[in-house]
Ligand binder design. Structure first.
Ligand SMILES: [Zn+2]
Length: 143
């Protein structure tokens, strides 16, 4: 059952119970009123559960969609966007342990470091970091 449809059905049950309580209230039957009130409270609790499950379901669907576009290659994870663009590399430790895509920072050559967990790794599928320019020596000033 669709969670939205389930929440709507529960709302209908709650409204029906409310109407039944109004009718019973006119009859002044306390025992039936208590039973209907109890049923109404259970229906409200059920509606909250359905809404929480719906939110959880949406979050899991998003995680699943993200996972299907993430691939391990050459020492790091890479994601592929809808237009086919490859993004990354991302930390394998953070993705495997926490399902987090944390962008690795290039340090030297093919080496990268994770700003989240601090892991250093060599990602051969990433472009090589260019060497830093040679240091310039300060020449003595000729005044
Ligand atoms: Zn990490």
């Amino acid at each position: 059952m669709d969670p939205v449809q389930a929440a709507a059905s529960i709302t209908a049950v709650i409204n029906a119970l409310k109407k039944a309580r109004e009718v019973v209230g006119r009859l002044k039957d306390a025992e039936v009123q208590a039973i209907l009130l109890d049923a109404q409270e259970h229906a409200l609790s059920l509606k909250e559960d359905v809404l929480a499950l719906r939110a959880e379901n949406l979050a899991l669907k998003e995680q699943l969609a993200a996972k299907s576009t993430v691939k391990f290659d050459g020492g790091g994870y890479w994601s592929t966007t809808g237009d086919g663009h490859r993004d990354g590399p991302f930390c394998s430790r953070c993705y495997d342990a926490e399902a987090k895509l944390v962008r690795l920072q290039p340090t030297r050559e093919y080496w990268h470091q994770c700003p989240n967990c601090g892991k250093s790794c060599e990602v051969m599928s990433a472009p090589r970091k260019p060497d830093p320019p040679p240091l310039r020596r300060a020449l003595p000033r000729e005044d």
